[in-house]
Ligand binder design. Structure first.
Ligand SMILES: Nc1ncnc2c1ncn2[C@@H]1O[C@H](COP(=O)(O)OP(=O)(O)OP(=O)(O)O)[C@@H](O)[C@H]1O
Length: 238
């Protein structure tokens, strides 16, 4: 089966500066990848490069076999990339429901299905984006990305800055989306121990290069690598 995503020797950054120094990754259909690494190692730059908002230098990106390396960001969304950036990017002056329908594309995900995944959004359907809590905004950002019916979902630190109870609620929804619905996804997350049980595969970046690639189960069991590349201590909750 054609993989959802294949990047080959991808080099990209900001202007003339390269942040990614040749990243080659494959995501098979229906699998999820945890993208890990310390601060500033290039995780956001990699995901933003897939979304088409950094400076491309060399290498290639194929989505379901189609070369999208030079496609504009809006065309990548149409090609099947659903992107939830770190800053969430919801429309603050539109209601929850308007946010969801504004960029909808036909497919299995519609408003009712998103409300089924996030009942809080249904309760808040008539509230404006700027009247939502941080957790509700993040749920809306994920819901909006689902409404474009993507083939690959990119989530950039979805739990950052959220209260622990909301983090658990959001991660439970993400688990239903990737396990129950079989969505392929890349999830950037600081809390390795929270995200590894939800994902199939894991990659660790360091200085723009892949320093670990394997299954999430193997990484979760490898205290040495967790400590060395992520600073995760034995028995730590993160
Ligand atoms: N808009 C930008 N212009 C120039 N350099 C940038 C820009 N955004 C990030 N960088 C640089 O790119 C490098 C990688 O940053 P990136 O945000 O991809 O890391 P990250 O692994 O996602 O870290 P974090 O967890 O802190 O978000 C850093 O050295 C950073 O300073």
């Amino acid at each position: 089966m054609t993989p959802v995503l294949v990047t080959e020797k991808l080099v990209a950054g900001y202007g003339e500066a390269s942040v990614l120094s040749g990243i080659s990754l494959t995501i098979p259909e229906g699998r999820t990848l945890a993208l890990l690494g310390r601060n500033g190692t290039g995780k956001t730059t990699f995901v933003n490069t897939l979304a088409g908002v950094t400076t491309y230098h060399s290498g290639s990106i194929r989505l379901l076999g189609r070369d999208i390396t030079r496609l504009r960001a809006d065309r990548r969304a149409a090609a099947g990339i659903g992107w939830v950036p770190q800053e969430r990017n919801i429309f603050k002056s539109l209601t929850v429901e308007e946010n969801l329908t504004a960029i909808a594309r036909p497919g299995v995900w519609d408003v009712e299905r998103v409300y089924g995944m996030f009942p809080r959004l249904k309760e808040r359907r008539r509230n404006l984006g700027n009247q939502l809590s941080g957790g509700e905004q993040q749920m809306l950002a994920v819901g909006r990305a689902l409404m474009v019916n993507p083939r690959l979902l990119l989530l950039d630190e979805p739990t950052e800055g959220l209260a622990p109870i909301i983090v658990d609620e959001l991660l439970a929804a993400i688990r239903r989306i990737v396990e129950g619905e079989g969505m392929s996804a890349i999830i950037i997350e600081q809390k390795a121990r929270k995200i590894l049980p939800l994902t199939d595969d894991a990659v660790i970046l360091d200085r723009g290069a892949v320093v670990f690639q394997g299954t999430s189960t193997d990484l979760l069991a490898d205290e040495t690598i967790l400590g060395q590349h992520l600073g995760v201590e034995k028995g730590a909750r993160h």
